[in-house]
Design a protein around this ligand. Structure first.
Ligand code: MN
Ligand code: MN
Length: 460
């Protein structure tokens, strides 16, 4: 009777029951590297810069239009410092398609407005405009650090990082004391802290003179000393406030990783490691680190941009192949995180279909909302392909869905890849507290996502 159950029923198994000692060691090594990458990659620009440094160590060269390419060549294209595409040229021509993995390296955060600095009641602040889907109340009373660039009129671009070094000062958005929060506490979580209320405290000492805005003047003169900038230079700056938490292991068993920006740098790193590790691939392997996913994949550095088509067309041209032939035969893993089932909030999930921590790489056939609106919905044939591949390559994986029907929803870059006539499916790491200043993932799932991408790249 139990044999029959085993034969006929679909049962999931905790990933740790499927790991041998060798893999446990490999998993820890992998996660140590990921944690170091994440800790130093707090913006899309930093994620791209650090990825390029790693890629160059692995022999990747900047792609120059018109360059001759042969099997085994490793090239990358830096899209304006905010997005990155890497390729390892395969033995088969691009007319037979490529294997693409696409993740994004932008994460929810607080962008400084262009006219950002002001003084109020002898305290100095930055005004912000949040980026991506955040729960605003989570961003108050946590230490923040400042990252980004100031583009000067001269054309020079100044890099800014304040708060990453342990000796650096940090910043914060204050909240109301409970004693006086009677009215605030009656508001909804969405209304208790407002977008225009996300003002960052940056100083309190007045400049030693008799004029107006003495605190602002003192703060501005410190910035002028540090970076040689004036208030007008903020007009052409991209400065962002991100949580100042270090990436750390979570749990007494150290099985989880806490940090800012797992979504989606955890998949970006998995792809990077996979394209570094793939040996003599049959098909050309392509790794994308996209920007702007959190605001709809818009803009020149987002996945809707033709920057990707341009890069792929260049690779195809080197082989005399038409881009559309390549795309129609290509396969894409849209490597993005999924919602991990949270026992603290079971009411939003339909447990049978939700991804779980430690159950491996989460394959999401469809995202979307309200009757699957806005999803590319991968075909059954693609899911069958992954079942076959991952059984053969010993990748621990699971199906994923985004919450109960009609509970909410979301999307990824998948539909923008599928719209290009590329077979695409979402796959990635389940996350607890997604989009919070401090997100949590399981080490096993991080490692299995790397293995899952590598298996696709290496498939013959
Ligand atoms: Mn994402
Ligand atoms: Mn996201």
């Amino acid at each position: 009777m139990s044999d029959l159950r085993e034969k006929l029923f679909y049962e999931q198994k905790n990933g740790y029951d499927r790991l041998d000692t060798r893999e446990r060691v490999a998993l820890e090594d992998y996660c140590r590297e990921y944690m170091a990458y994440l800790n130093e990659s707090r913006t899309e620009r930093e994620a791209v810069r650090n990825a390029i440094a790693l890629a160059e160590e692995q022999g990747f060269k900047p792609y120059v239009p018109g360059m001759a390419l042969k099997a085994g060549d490793k090239v990358y294209k830096n899209n304006r410092g905010k997005a990155l595409m890497l390729a390892v040229i395969g033995k088969k021509p691009l007319s037979e398609g490529s294997v693409i993995a696409g993740a994004h390296v932008d994460s929810p955060r607080l962008d400084l407005k262009q006219v950002t600095m002001y003084e109020s009641d002898e305290l100095c602040y930055f005004k912000t405009h949040y980026y991506g889907g955040i729960k605003k109340y989570q961003w108050v009373t946590i230490p923040l650090e400042l990252h980004g660039v100031v583009a000067l009129k001269s054309g020079e671009v100044v890099d800014v990082v304040i708060g990453r070094d342990p000796e650096d000062p940090r910043f914060v958005i204050t909240d109301l004391l409970p004693h006086l929060a009677q009215d605030q506490m009656k508001k909804t979580l969405a209304e208790g802290i407002t977008g225009e209320g996300l003002n960052i405290l940056i100083g309190s000492t007045p400049y030693d003179d008799e004029g107006k805005d003495r605190v602002k003047l003192a703060v501005m003169s410190i910035l002028n000393d540090m970076y040689d900038i004036t208030e007008e230079d903020f007009l052409s700056a991209e400065l962002v406030a991100v949580p100042a938490f270090d990436v750390s292991e979570i749990g007494l068993d150290r099985s989880l990783i806490g940090g800012y920006g797992h979504d989606d740098r955890v998949c970006a790193f998995a792809e990077l490691k996979a394209i570094f590790d793939v040996q003599d691939p049959e098909k050309t392997c392509v790794c994308i680190l996209a920007d702007k996913e959190e605001i709809g994949s818009e803009g020149v550095s987002g996945m809707q941009s033709e920057a990707f088509d341009c890069f792929m067309a260049d690779l195809c041209a080197a082989q005399g192949v038409e881009l559309r032939r390549c795309f129609e035969n290509s396969f894409c893993l849209s490597a993005d995180v999924s919602n991990a089932f949270d026992p603290n909030f079971p009411e939003v999930s339909e447990k049978r279909n939700e991804s779980k921590v430690n159950y491996g790489m989460a394959i999401c056939k469809y995202t979307g909302a309200r009757g699957k609106s806005g999803t590319s919905d991968a075909s059954a044939e693609i899911v069958a392909y992954l079942r076959r591949l991952y059984e053969r390559e010993n990748v621990v994986w699971q199906m994923a869905a985004l919450g109960k029907v009609d509970q909410g929803g979301g999307g990824t870059i998948a539909k923008f890849m599928a719209n290009r006539n590329i077979d695409t499916i979402d796959a990635g790491v389940p996350v607890l507290s997604m989009h919070a200043p401090f997100e949590v993932v399981g080490k096993l799932d991080c490692y299995m996502t790397y293995k899952g991408v590598l298996a696709a790249y290496a498939d013959r």
